[in-house]
Design a protein around this ligand. Structure first.
Ligand SMILES: Cc1cc2nc3c(=O)[nH]c(=O)nc-3n(C[C@H](O)[C@H](O)[C@H](O)COP(=O)(O)OP(=O)(O)OC[C@H]3O[C@@H](n4cnc5c(N)ncnc54)[C@H](O)[C@@H]3O)c2cc1C
Ligand SMILES: [Zn+2]
Length: 308
């Protein structure tokens, strides 16, 4: 798919969150010196002021999250399908400005490919742009494809071509953009300017960096996660809800076909995260290995962002 995150900005950061926590009141922490009288950090009391980073991590880990609302991210999202944009907008604690189909012409619109079409192209080594070019020119799909796969590629191509043609025809007939847009598909690209605070972003990542999220939302979440991490490495403290809570709330769904690809559900692995239900049954998170988790995370990010 074609999702892009551009012009990412971060307003406020770790030090501002720490500042807000200090205004509220933050306790001292044990000093590493062992109460040495010449210690500059605790003057021998054994207790010192926490650093900004320590306060920030404590707030994330203990979920004192209103202080995280001071950190705000703004960016542009391009190449998201109109249909999946609705899923993004379900995240209500955010601000968004969308591309208008009433005022902008969508003639020659670009579009995303559905998961099954992408899968076929990947399996058969066909480039996505090459497929789109064939689709739009009504050229035949490669002969050597199995019949059902070929038919899927053809039907989808036909739908995109027809929709584009109908849009242009309606404009030509003077129906206007406001009416012509009714002929556009779920898959058509749209764009958003988006602003979200860190508390809400953690909630977004928790829900969408999960095998249960739709492929396009996972792609968006993975690309956003990587872009945010470049500017704000502390985002590494969070991942899916299971990781964030050390307990996955998906319970039995994780064992259903929808949870098939979850890498955290195997009780014998070093990245096993129990579900809430399992915890109540006495199954604990015992041998979680952070380094192993980080390897799994990088693999998922690359896969979901379409880089491997
Ligand atoms: C795998 C998956 C499948 C989904 N399937 C569906 C589906 O089939 N149909 C569907 O409609 N949606 C579906 N959703 C969307 C989901 O129900 C949420 O609307 C979406 O994930 C946004 O989450 P949120 O409400 O936590 O976020 P936000 O809207 O950003 O809200 C953040 C938090 O604020 C609080 N909050 C916000 N609004 C209210 C409110 N009105 N009352 C009380 N507290 C509030 C809640 O604590 C919430 O967690 C799905 C989501 C996922 C991840
Ligand atoms: Zn000390």
């Amino acid at each position: 798919m074609d999702i892009k995150i551009e012009n990412l900005r971060v307003f406020n950061g770790v030090s501002f969150v720490a500042h807000s926590a200090r205004v509220s009141g933050v306790g001292r922490v044990p000093c590493e010196c062992g109460s040495r009288e010449d210690c500059e950090r605790c003057a021998g009391s054994g207790m010192r002021e926490p650093t900004d980073e320590e306060i920030f991590s404590m707030i994330v880990e203990n979920d004192y999250s209103s202080a995280l609302e001071h950190v705000v991210f703004s960016f542009e999202i391009r190449g998201l399908s109109k249909g999946n944009a609705l899923e993004l907008l379900e995240h209500r604690i955010a601000s968004h400005t969308g591309r208008s189909t009433r005022y902008q012409s969508e003639e020659g619109f670009d579009f995303n490919l559905p998961p099954r079409v992408e899968e076929i192209l990947r399996k058969r080594g066909i480039d996505e742009q090459e497929y789109k070019a064939l689709a739009l020119s009504d050229a035949p799909m490669p002969e050597q494809l199995p019949k059902q796969e070929r038919k899927i590629l053809e039907e989808y191509a036909r739908a995109m071509r027809t929709s584009r043609e109908a849009y242009s025809a309606l404009l030509e007939l003077g129906a206007g953009k406001e009416s012509a847009r009714y002929a556009t598909p779920f898959a058509m690209h749209t764009a958003y300017t988006y602003t979200i605070n860190l508390r809400s972003l953690i909630n977004f990542f928790g829900l969408r960096l999960c095998v249960r999220a739709s492929p396009e939302m996972r792609e968006l979440a993975a690309k956003l996660y990587m872009a945010v991490r470049e500017k704000f490495p502390q985002i590494s403290l969070v991942w899916c809800r299971g990781y964030n809570y050390a307990a996955c709330p998906e319970n039995e769904v994780r064992d259903s076909p929808q949870g098939r690809e979850c890498p955290f559900k195997d009780r014998n692995s070093r990245v096993f995260i129990p579900t809430r239900k399992q915890i109540r049954e006495g199954i604990a998170l015992e041998k979680f290995d952070q380094q192993a988790f980080e390897k799994v995370r990088e693999k998922l990010l690359r896969r979901w962002a379409g880089k491997s």
